[in-house]
Design a protein around this ligand. Structure first.
Ligand code: PLP
Length: 403
């Protein structure tokens, strides 16, 4: 068979531990185990009925032809209306791009702006895809850890020292996947001041978990950093808030020249987002928003349940997340401990494999988010499964033997 030669650009893009854990879980399930998956980053709710109905109408009305590349005017206008005037900035359709998921919006942004060797600062722990997307586009992710002991707040001094003449973007994500941390107005101002002081650097704010916050208000870059509107890109979408992950619809809000360049990239990628998903997204964004509140309440009680159980488990250190549907405990104090079978837990994957084998529960290694010594739990699942998983994990951890 002819030898396949993989492109160099994929050299550093590895199969993620999330995929490896899902594979291991599938295998264990096939062996007859009742596996609870706390690894998945999507809500267990359904798409709102009015959004689905709008999509069905679009099909019946034959709204099934090529879309405008950057999105249908009515959807772009609806998104622009959500942001117009905030932070003193006018926003119209030329400031908006609709893409097939906010992940694709991010890819467009990197394709449109990053030259080989350009640097992009990402704050660890961060969503796995950031570094891979930057690398795919020829960029160099510069990883700056947040302060885990202070609830994963940005380390402003460390960000300052990571800035270089090649820094093209500083990326932030609040509420954060995987830590659940939510940036305060002071955090945003401090990050904004760094960007403001470096002309070559722009700010990318991933606000996909905007509507999932507890105890405190979410603050958007649109409101807090209006002075940087001509150098910032907000990405968002309907996946998480409206449980519409499968519709693949996200959007970007930014200065017109950047959006135009992203459109050029998108034109050679997807040619635009499916018209049917756009109809559904328009209905979700402009229809009744009550579900955002009821779902937030539901996520909050699950967050409390999971947090209360985890902080009672000896050997774990856990910060209370203020948003998204993830919690990111440290298991560092258990490193080097032995399982009842005599295996030593040396790294994240050992710990997560042990929890899968001993507790039939899927959790994701912190190393996937550039912060080893931790693991991520997604609590976007029903309370009964969460309770069972917590009880099983607690038993499995109690069975470990000190080094
Ligand atoms: C932080 C973050 N940003 C973006 C996305 C991508 O969302 P989508 O492409 O479904 O809009 C995810 C999905 O897990 C995420 O966690």
């Amino acid at each position: 068979m002819a030898k396949f030669i993989k492109a160099d650009r994929l050299a550093e893009v590895e199969i993620s531990a999330i995929v490896l854990m899902s594979e291991a879980a599938r295998q264990r399930r096939a062996e007859g185990h009742d596996v609870i998956n706390l690894g998945i980053g999507e809500p267990d709710f359904n798409t709102p009925d009015h959004a689905s109905a709008a999509a069905i109408s679009a099909i019946h009305n034959h709204d099934t032809h090529y879309p405008p590349i950057g999105g249908k005017p009515e959807l772009k206008q609806a998104v622009a209306a959500l942001y117009n005037g905030r932070g003193g900035s006018k926003r119209s359709a030329e400031n908006i791009i609709i893409s097939s998921g906010s992940k694709y919006t991010l890819l467009n942004a990197m394709l449109a702006s990053v030259n080989p060797g350009d640097e992009v600062i990402v704050l660890a722990p961060f969503w796995t895809s950031y570094a891979d997307i930057i690398r795919l586009c020829g960029g160099v992710p510069i990883i700056v850890p947040t302060d885990a002991d202070r609830g994963f707040r940005p380390d402003i001094k460390a960000i300052q020292s990571a800035m270089s003449p090649r820094t093209r973007w500083l990326m932030i994500n609040s509420p954060s996947n995987p830590s659940g941390a939510v940036l305060s107005a002071e955090d945003l101002r401090a990050v904004g001041d760094i960007v403001a002081a470096h002309d070559q650097c722009w700010l990318l704010s991933d606000e996909i978990y905007e509507h999932i916050v507890y105890d405190i208000d979410f603050i958007s870059v649109a409101d807090a950093l209006g002075d940087l509107a001509d150098r910032s890109l907000i990405i968002n979408g309907v996946s998480k808030a409206y449980a519409m992950t499968g519709w693949r619809l996200g959007y970007g809000v930014g200065p017109a020249p950047l959006i135009a360049a992203m459109l050029t990239a998108q034109a050679q990628g997807t040619s635009g987002t499916t018209t049917i998903s756009q109809a559904a997204a328009l209905a979700a964004l402009t229809g009744d928003q009550e579900i955002l509140i009821s779902r937030q309440q539901s996520f909050r009680s699950r967050r409390d349940l999971v947090f209360d159980h985890l902080r009672g488990m000896n050997g774990l250190t856990v910060s209370k997340p203020q948003g998204a549907f993830y919690i990111f405990p440290s298991w560092q104090n258990l490193m080097g401990w032995k399982t009842p079978q005599g295996m030593t837990l040396n790294e994240d994957m050992d710990f997560c494999r042990y929890i899968l084998d001993a507790a039939d529960t899927v959790i994701i290694p912190g190393s996937s988010f550039a912060m080893p010594g931790h693991f991520r739990i997604s609590y976007a699942t029903d309370a009964a499964s969460l309770k069972t998983a917590m009880a099983r994990m607690s038993q499995a951890i109690a069975a470990l033997q000190p080094a």
